[in-house]
Design a protein around this ligand. Structure first.
Ligand SMILES: [Zn+2]
Length: 328
């Protein structure tokens, strides 16, 4: 991005990215096997951790559902411990419309902004809150969470590690994706990955959110599957033969860590980026104008500023972009 950008630049609406992957039919998973719809739990006879792998936290982020559909189809069972597989916001998923593919992110509200006791125990009602309340007792039982997501814009996959050291350690132990983001989430509400004990540095229970790439790009389900398999392998839950057969046998490249320095929350309907932006874009100089909101210039607060997941559809109260810097 050049410096001294014009604040009159108007960004044309971006085209819908191509939909390269098929959406699996989840009807056969609706009953679940443990009393909760679209929740499947398998326990090994050998002791071990309880791992939860979740897909469809956002209804149009299909790569995780493809990975779970594969795992269930292959009848893969944990070599030890307990494995719970959750298709979270199926109500939103079932509304997917190729002509308006971003709309099925949620039904009433963002499922991933509800994860505080105040909100979950509060009086508000929505489709997503009902599902979160239904899933909460399951989440309360697990030791480790892998939450599989994807992004609206093309971007290299990201491990969202939260703000605690244990999140970074988990992302490093899994070894993929190459980019790890240390962040504390969104002003609009708390994510599942930051829920309760997951965000408690004194608690060994841990969570990782993986953004597997653009929602509908062919590579995203492969990233989701490898993340899932490596996650299970890390916790000793993957059968050795299966690991040898299914894990990529190339050593992943060294990981890079981006620490979020600030979150830019949208104030007005007039928010816009002053030039096209993309995830992991680095703006070299502090003070560079990159967005306008309610007539106010928004400039980079420091040199070598990394843009993390700039929003596609600005909405007041939601996150426009996280800013960060590479740390060693
Ligand atoms: Zn998501």
């Amino acid at each position: 991005m050049s410096e001294g950008l014009s604040d009159t630049f108007q960004r044309a609406p971006a085209a819908i990215p191509p939909i390269e992957i098929a959406f699996p039919d989840l009807a056969s998973y609706a009953a679940g096997n443990d009393g909760t719809p679209y929740v499947w739990t398998f326990a090994s006879e050998y002791a071990g951790p309880h791992v939860l792998v979740q897909a469809l936290t956002h209804g149009n982020e299909v790569c995780g559902a493809i990975a779970l559909d594969w795992l269930l189809g292959e009848k893969i069972r944990p070599a030890r411990g307990t494995l719970t597989l959750v298709f979270a916001n199926v109500s939103a998923y079932l509304r997917f419309d190729r002509a308006d593919p971003f709309a099925s992110r949620c039904v009433d509200e963002d499922f991933n902004r509800l994860w505080t006791r105040e909100v979950l125990d509060g009086p508000r009602r929505s489709v997503e809150l009902a599902r979160a309340r239904e899933l909460r007792p399951i989440v309360d039982r697990v030791d480790h969470l892998l939450d599989l997501h994807s992004m609206s814009e093309p971007c290299l996959p990201l491990a969202m590690a939260g703000r605690q050291r244990k999140g970074v350690e988990l992302a490093k132990a899994i070894g993929v994706p190459q980019h790890i983001v240390i962040d504390s989430g969104h002003a609009a509400g708390q994510r599942l990955r930051d829920y309760a004990f997951f965000d408690d540095p004194a608690n060994a229970r841990s969570a990782l959110l993986v953004e597997c790439g653009q929602h509908w790009e062919a590579a995203a389900p492969r990233v989701a599957r490898q993340s899932l398999l490596r996650f299970l392998d890390h916790f000793g839950m993957l059968d050795r033969g299966l690991a040898d057969q299914q894990l990529d046998n190339v050593t992943p490249p060294p990981q890079h860590i981006v620490e979020v320095t600030s979150t830019v929350t949208i104030v007005s309907d007039a928010f816009r980026f002053t030039e096209p932006v993309h995830g992991l874009q680095v703006i070299r100089r502090a003070g560079t104008l990159y967005a306008m909101d309610a007539g106010t210039e928004i400039r980079t607060p420091h040199d070598d500023c990394v843009l993390i997941m700039p929003t596609r559809k600005p909405k007041p109260g939601e996150t426009a972009v996280r800013l960060g810097r590479f740390v060693s």
